[in-house]
Design a protein around this ligand. Structure first.
Ligand code: KG4
Ligand code: ZN
Length: 338
């Protein structure tokens, strides 16, 4: 079954063609980063306008790259939530129109569930249940997955998302936009022990698997002298020390969940899942089987949308064309977006 997946929740205008849920035939991602870089953040109005300009070309390219015509497509899917409303509406409406015009099944998917599914596109199939770590610019979620569409949130951030903290620190020091990749690269030549930034004091009661980034951000931006251990320090040292603390915060909560649930398979997804320190820590952990998408599938893309949609389709699910976009994170419990 050949599925066209469309993703426009933020600043990537993307479409992918996936066969039978795992075989990527094409994955076209047109990034808007240069248009937002001047503002050091995504400008919603610019994002939705660019999606409107590009979506037709991006979908055509995804078909051409896959070597197929629209007639070969068996179903259409699009991310409907969460994300920027004006951006989501563009991809979702395009997908609905494509499906309606060709009388094809249509599936509206949750962007975060699609991120969690992305690892399966690389061919490695985790057995359910497993623990998921969803880390992006807008979300930080530790969850238990019982199936591709049944996910229980165990922990989340109580303030900033982890990717947001990379972006804010990078913006403050002028490292580059978006910050994650720049900090990751800079950190490679830095000393992660140059600064010892404080870890949040959560991990109790209802917050057992929650994380927090506002304290770290403040320390790195306003109080870095207080936490400096070396006399001489470079921007690379700062990047490496921040990155280590930001990822250790995640891992502390994740490892707690591993211990408490007895689930030792961890699947990661979202833009921050491309972080090299995070990947090394998980890969080298003796008691954890980690399943990670290749870096190219960590960020927003259409293949993950097409991939997860296949599983709804073979179950016989269909979304009505009246389904609406929503900026909010779903409760994940719903069987299908309606
Ligand atoms: O999933 P994504 O592409 O978009 C959202 O849904 O938010 O994630 C983007 C986030 C940005 O905050 C970006 O700085 C971060 O992922 N990111 C990284 C890395 N690559 C991207 N963070 C840390 N290390 C990276 N290598
Ligand atoms: Zn995303």
């Amino acid at each position: 079954m050949i599925v066209l997946g469309i993703e426009s929740s933020c600043d990537e205008c993307a479409a992918g063609i996936v066969e039978d849920g795992t075989k990527i035939r094409s994955n076209v991602v047109a990034t808007q980063i240069p248009f937002h870089a001047a503002y050091n953040g995504v400008v919603p109005e610019i994002a939705s306008r660019k999606h409107t300009e590009w979506i037709d070309t991006v979908v055509r390219e995804s078909l051409a790259e896959a070597g197929i015509t629209p007639d070969t497509v068996d179903a259409v899917a699009a991310a409907a939530q969460p994300g920027l409303l004006g951006s989501l509406v563009v991809g979702l409406t395009f997908a609905k129109a494509f499906a309606w015009a060709r009388n094809l099944p249509f599936i509206a998917v949750d962007h975060m569930l699609a991120h969690l599914y992305a690892a399966q596109l690389s061919g490695e199939k985790p057995d359910y249940p497993f623990l998921g770590l969803l880390v992006s610019g807008g979300h930080t979620i530790i969850c238990r997955a019982d199936s591709f569409d049944s996910v229980t949130v165990l922990g989340t951030t109580i303030d900033d998302a982890v990717g947001e903290s990379f972006d804010k620190v990078s913006k403050f020091y002028g490292f580059g936009y978006p910050g994650g990749k720049f900090i990751d690269d800079l950190a490679k030549t830095g000393d992660p022990a140059a600064f010892r930034f404080p870890l949040p004091n959560l991990y109790k009661g209802a917050h057992r698997y929650d994380v927090s980034y506002s304290g770290l951000k403040t320390a790195v931006v306003n109080q870095k002298e207080q936490f400096r251990l070396k006399n001489e320090s470079t921007p690379a040292d700062l990047a490496a020390s921040f990155q280590k603390t930001a990822i250790d915060i995640l891992l502390r909560a994740l490892f707690r969940a591993v211990e408490d649930t007895g689930l030792s398979t961890v699947v990661i997804g979202g833009g921050v899942a491309a972080n090299s320190y995070l990947r090394d820590c998980l890969k080298n952990h003796p008691d954890i089987r980690s399943i990670m998408p290749p870096p190219i599938l960590c960020g927003d893309n259409g293949a993950m949308v097409a991939g997860i949609a296949y599983h709804y389709l073979i179950r016989g699910d269909r979304s009505p064309l009246t389904v609406r976009a929503s900026a909010r994170v779903s409760n994940f419990r719903r069987q299908l977006l309606k």
